[in-house]
Design a protein around this ligand. Structure first.
Ligand SMILES: *Cc1c(COP(=O)(O)O)cnc(C)c1O
Ligand SMILES: [Zn+2]
Length: 417
């Protein structure tokens, strides 16, 4: 295997590690590691045009900017991750009074969430280094994504998820034929167990906010935003990007992607990044609002299971994604999240609670005057509503049940007007 990156750098103490060191987090302080590239060499060898003319309609079009050497599992669902659509629904633009509004629909990924981006790169990495078993802890989506990508690539996967994860997510794990272990505890306990198991049995660990390659997959969403939007249009004010936050790895990945583009000289200004957390699971937002980087765990309680996290594993970088870009953190209640599910549904986008959270955050930011009507805005829908049908049903009124007769139908139509 040839190694394509220069090494790892700790996000806390800046300690550097060699690319061939098998390492997850900093040995000194447990800090998250950033993967560093030779940007000068990349700049010499690569032009934006080379990427723009790629025939790959997936995240693999960014292979030169990824820490893997080749496209893996082409012709399978793993070859179809990313390159998700940007929608600009007129009704939402009118409602919010924002002319330039886009929803990037990550539910279109093969296992129906943003997590496929990370799992594709981690499975590719596993294949290049020849590991036998990949393991992850998950609230559901990371596991489904790992199980799905592993199935596509013929890789063995072990998944730890809380036993009360939404049934659709557990079904995905089983259908993709992973070794599934449902933990009688919460996500944080599943996380700790997966790390112990990884250390004990030598399994390769994908965990969010632990494995440095997961963030490298997640950054690819920004390359798509850059390619599909920022290169085509010039805006008067910086782009604002809204994303929901649990462990903080997606938002950190967005920051890294934009930083990569700046380091290459391909991006003039840094977009403002806005993180949105559920009020009941707001450890990172709390740190941001306190003006520091100290992440104090909470006892997480929200219906948005994908962002229900006591101790975020990528909290410091997640704070910086907002503080270093002129963005901010917002918190929204579960009621706001349910309303946002209904808002998006009305324009044909079906989001799970954590997916709709970002949209709820945009509404809050508008209320607080953080976003003006001229600001271009991208909101990520990170997961499909089919992942959590129980929550979806809470966002709408129940359907009428009628006798199978025209009379009964007429009566109901009269009553509901
Ligand atoms: C994992 C996930 C998030 C949050 O990502 P973090 O990296 O944990 O902050 C948001 N939405 C969905 C649907 C997810 O699965
Ligand atoms: Zn360190």
């Amino acid at each position: 295997m040839t190694i394509k990156f220069l090494g790892y750098r700790c996000s806390l103490c800046a300690a550097e590690y060699q690319p061939d060191e098998a390492i997850y987090t900093c040995r000194h302080d447990g800090g998250n590691l950033d993967i560093i590239y030779d940007y000068d060499a990349l700049q010499r060898e690569l032009s934006p045009e080379a990427i723009l003319s790629s025939q790959e309609s997936s995240l693999w079009r960014y292979l030169p900017l990824l820490p893997v050497n080749e496209i893996h599992a082409a012709g399978t669902p793993m070859g179809a991750v990313g390159w998700t659509p940007l929608f600009s629904p007129p009704e939402l633009r009118d409602q919010l009074g924002i002319e330039n509004l886009w929803i990037k629909d990550e539910s279109r990924n093969p296992t129906a969430s943003f997590k496929d981006r990370a799992s594709a790169i981690v499975v590719a990495q596993a294949q290049e280094t020849g590991v036998e078993i990949v393991v992850t802890a998950s609230t559901g989506n990371a596991g489904a994504a790992l199980a799905g990508m592993a199935a596509a690539a013929g890789q063995k996967a072990v998944i730890f998820a809380p036993k009360d994860a939404p049934p659709a997510k557990i079904a995905q794990l089983l259908i993709y034929d992973a070794q599934v272990l449902l933990v009688d505890g919460n996500y944080d306990q599943a996380f700790d167990l997966s790390i112990s198991a990884s250390n004990e049995f030598g399994w390769y660990c994908r965990n969010t906010g632990y494995n440095p390659f997961s963030l490298e997959g997640k950054k690819t969403a920004t390359f798509e935003i850059w390619e599909n939007l920022m290169r085509l249009k010039s805006f008067e004010t910086p782009l604002a990007v809204f994303v929901s936050v649990g462990d903080g790895n997606i938002i950190s990945g967005l920051h890294k992607g934009f930083k990569d583009l700046q380091a290459l000289g391909w991006l003039e200004y840094m977009p403002r990044i806005f993180g949105v957390q559920a009020e009941g699971s707001a450890a990172i937002a709390n740190a941001f609002k306190a003006g520091g980087e100290e992440i104090i765990p909470v006892a997480a309680d929200t219906l948005a299971d994908s962002i229900s996290v006591d101790l975020p594993r990528d909290g410091v970088r997640a704070v910086r994604a907002a503080s270093q870009t002129g963005g901010a953190y917002l918190t929204v209640g579960d009621d706001d999240i349910l309303t946002a599910i209904a808002d998006l549904g009305r324009v044909g986008i079906f989001a799970e609670p954590a997916g709709a959270t970002a949209y709820a955050g945009l509404k809050e930011a508008l209320k607080l005057g953080m976003i003006g009507s001229n600001d271009p805005v991208v909101v990520l829908n990170t997961g499909s509503g089919l992942k959590d049908v129980k929550a979806a049903m809470q966002a709408v009124s129940p359907a009428e049940i009628i006798e199978p007769s025209l009379t009964a139908l007429e009566q109901v139509l009269q009553r509901i007007g």
